[in-house]
Design a protein around this ligand. Structure first.
Ligand SMILES: [Zn+2]
Length: 135
C-alpha cells in the first residue's frame, strides 16, 4: 500500500485562494461579510444570501469524521496502489463539510465522530492537497 498520487486540481478564479492557502499548508474557507455564513467549496457568491461579499479566512484545520467509506478497488492511475484508503466527509469545527481522505491510521481504525486535523500532501512543489489524520 502506498499513498494516493493525487491528480493536480483544476484551479480557477473561484478556487485560487483555497489552493494558494493549501500550498502554504493553510485550510482556507469563505465567510460572507453580509450574513456571516461560512461556506465550502469556494464560490463567487454566498449560497445563503447570494451576496458577493465573500471574505477568506484560515480555518482551524480541526474537525471530525462525519461519514466515510473504505475504498478497496480503484483502477485509476494514482489510486490503484493506495487501496485500501479512506474517503470521508469531514465536518470542520467551523460547521462546513468537505470530502477528503483520512491518513495516518489503518482504515479499520476510522470511526464516525473521530477527531481529526488537516494535513497536506505536496505535489511537485506546485500544489498541496488537504487531507486529514487523527488528532
Ligand atoms: Zn451571505
Amino acid at each position: 500500500m502506498s499513498e494516493i498520487e493525487h491528480p493536480k486540481p483544476g484551479i480557477d478564479w473561484e478556487t485560487r485562494a483555497y489552493w494558494e492557502g493549501a500550498k502554504r499548508h493553510e485550510l482556507i474557507l469563505q465567510r460572507c461579510s453580509s450574513c456571516a455564513a461560512i461556506q465550502h467549496r469556494p464560490r463567487a457568491l454566498c449560497v445563503s444570501c447570494f451576496a458577493d461579499t465573500i471574505e477568506y479566512f484560515r480555518a482551524s484545520g480541526r474537525g471530525s469524521v462525519y461519514s466515510y467509506t473504505i475504498t478497496h478497488q480503484n483502477q485509476s492511475p494514482g489510486f490503484r496502489n493506495a487501496t485500501p484508503y479512506v474517503l470521508a466527509w469531514v465536518e470542520l469545527e467551523e460547521g462546513v463539510r468537505l470530502l477528503s481522505n483520512i491518513v495516518g491510521c489503518s482504515p479499520d481504525k476510522v470511526r464516525i465522530g473521530m477527531p481529526i486535523e488537516v494535513d497536506f500532501a505536496d505535489i511537485d512543489g506546485e500544489v498541496a492537497i488537504p487531507r486529514f489524520r487523527p488528532r
